[in-house]
Design a protein around this ligand. Structure first.
Ligand code: TEU
Ligand code: CA
Length: 549
């Protein structure tokens, strides 16, 4: 692969550092823990890791509340540990992407502390979005806006002013019209690029710029406005001025640093983020919201390949990340309620979590079978695949977390409505016995359920049928598969079976239905479940090619 284009068809493995591996036995995963598992990552066969935030943080939002963008949380290590980790990963050819959180800082960030002390009208407050309240004594928030974690999006400070936080109370939104803010983030990008990181994942990339000209609209008025680039809050055209500036920074390095936008925007707006003059690539989350369904998968794949082509970028595929219910669990639950446009009315699995993992009943083995089929389908597609730690073990979502242990603000803010995202952030099981199943020497910051032992790395390593073995084989073969960025659909005569050919002649077949599908006389390279006499069983995927000679 051309050095500068490594990201176009990369398999990128997301590490949630606090829950990956704990080297010093304090119950919290750390950077030295990542370094200690480099061989595992190498054997897995991924091309890059993306590390969720490891910066100093009060962990009000799992580290997405950053108190210092250019340092390492002392609980996770030091900058020297970071350098050692980076060197160890680079030594085995694994690239490193770090998370950048530009929409908001932590309330413990020096800037916000300064803003609190400096008071009304100060330059320090102008880095954030402070407003006077309404009503008698300004005791009511400036507007009725809601935070994405529930509750008001405004918080009052001691002198009576209010600040905007689209996410947790501890995550004040920055004012991106302030040049100081812009300059500081360029410094941060350079800081990590100079250390040798290969790329950046940009958190809520569509939220940075805002039009807060008075009078401010109400939440209902905001909700009614189209997302056409002029919305006062979301996905504004002017955010791309920032990314154009960042692109200059990225391109000043050799090879250029890459970036991927986390932008939950209308598909028609994705190419703006994915443009080579901008961040270069944007997440496509369509599969996160889809059912295990041939028609939906086919539509999503076709659409996103077209979108990617129109921006000159390559698309991305994601089945799981640290914000959603793990996909084996989603696929083991009945299809959720949908609105008239086919969108799920609740986040998939949200109601199941709320019931403590009892209602509706979860079919674990069916969920895993479908997950293996979907993952093998995804790994066969052109574009980059983003994998979330633990999915290579086929881990299910953990529902049985005691409320007193839960850490996610999405839960803490509205416990009667949401269980939050802790269930996909439980520390990985490395061994089938021992303290915290090999995660660390002294327990884990979130308790692991008993059944994690059966799905541990140690348990799966010797088993050729395991999900870990499937991922390793697929990732190894994938390097041969990714020769061109296209696919050709083959008609299977069945609505529930998808079949496509890649430029190297390899064929991927996924049977979403129940009845077996006859492949014909082909050589099977890899299968998510047993293939007998050329028949792909229900809910499984096969990689194959024509027999030679
Ligand atoms: O997520 C942004 C986002 O829009 C969704 O995560 C959603 O709001 C959330 O899942 C609601 O429960 C990014 C990060 O991925 C997430 O972990 C952070 O909490 C969020 O930004 C704020 O930084
Ligand atoms: Ca630790």
């Amino acid at each position: 692969v051309d050095d500068a284009a490594w990201w176009r068809q990369a398999a990128v493995y997301q590490i949630y550092p606090r829950s990956f591996a704990d080297a010093n036995g304090d119950g919290i995963g750390d950077l030295a823990g990542v370094t200690s598992r480099v061989q595992y990552l190498q054997e897995l066969g991924i091309d890059a890791v993306w590390l969720s935030p490891f910066y100093p943080s009060a962990l009000a939002d799992g580290g997405y509340d950053v108190a210092d963008y250019r340092d390492v949380d002392p609980r996770l290590g030091t900058l020297d540990d970071f350098d050692a980790m980076l060197a160890a990963l680079h030594a085995v050819g694994i690239r490193v992407v770090v998370d950048i959180v530009p929409n908001h800082t932590s309330d413990l960030h020096a800037w916000f502390q300064e803003a609190l002390a400096a008071g009304r009208g100060s330059a320090a407050r102008a880095r954030y979005i402070f407003r006077e309240g309404t009503g008698p004594d300004g005791a009511e928030p400036p507007t009725d806006w809601r935070s994405l974690f529930g509750g008001p999006a405004w918080e009052r400070v001691a002198d009576g002013q209010w600040y905007l936080h689209n996410f947790a109370v501890e995550q004040p939104d920055l004012d991106w019209s302030n040049p100081e803010v812009r300059d500081d983030f360029v410094r941060t990008l350079r800081f990590w690029s100079d250390r040798g990181v290969d790329g950046f994942r940009v958190d809520v990339a569509h939220f940075l710029t805002k039009d807060l000209t008075e009078p401010l609209l109400s939440q209902a008025e905001l909700d009614a406005l189209p997302h056409d680039g002029n919305h006062p809050m979301i996905d504004r055209d002017d955010v791309h001025e920032i990314y154009a500036q960042w692109r200059e920074v990225f391109d000043s390095y050799d090879p250029p640093r890459t970036a991927v936008a986390e932008a939950w925007v209308h598909p028609s707006r994705v190419p703006l983020y994915a443009s080579a003059r901008g961040l270069g690539q944007s997440f496509n989350f369509d599969l996160l919201e889809a059912d295990f369904d041939a028609e939906q998968f086919r539509r999503i794949v076709a659409h996103n390949l077209t979108l990617a082509a129109s921006s000159g970028s390559s698309t991305t595929w994601v089945l799981s990340n640290h914000d959603v219910v793990r996909h084996p669990t989603r696929y083991g639950l009945p299809i959720p309620d949908r609105d008239s446009e086919g969108r799920a009315t609740r986040k998939q699995g949200a109601d199941w979590l709320l019931s403590g993992g009892t209602e509706p009943p979860l079919d674990r083995s069916r969920g895993l079978r479908r997950a293996r089929a979907a993952s093998l389908f995804l790994l066969g597609l052109p574009g980059s695949a983003y994998l979330y730690q633990g999915e290579e073990l086929g881990l299910h979502e953990v529902a049985e977390i005691d409320d007193t242990e839960r850490q996610d603000p999405a839960f803490l803010r509205q416990p009667e409505r949401e269980k939050g995202r802790d269930g996909c952030r439980v520390p990985l099981p490395w061994t089938s016995s021992g303290s915290s199943l090999g995660f660390g020497e002294n327990g884990a910051h979130l308790s692991q359920p008993e059944w994690f032992a059966e799905q541990s790395v140690a348990e799966q390593e010797g088993d050729r049928e395991s999900t870990l073995a499937l991922y390793r084989r697929a990732l190894a073969l994938r390097h041969e598969l990714q020769t061109g960025e296209s696919l050709e659909w083959i008609d299977t005569g069945r609505l529930d079976v998808l079949r496509f050919v890649r430029p190297n002649g390899w064929t991927v077949v996924t049977n979403f239905g129940a009845d077996g599908y006859v492949l014909g006389d082909v050589e099977v390279l890899l299968a998510s479940s047993d293939v007998q006499q050329g028949v792909v069983a229900g809910e499984s995927t096969v990689w194959c090619r024509l027999r030679e000679g």
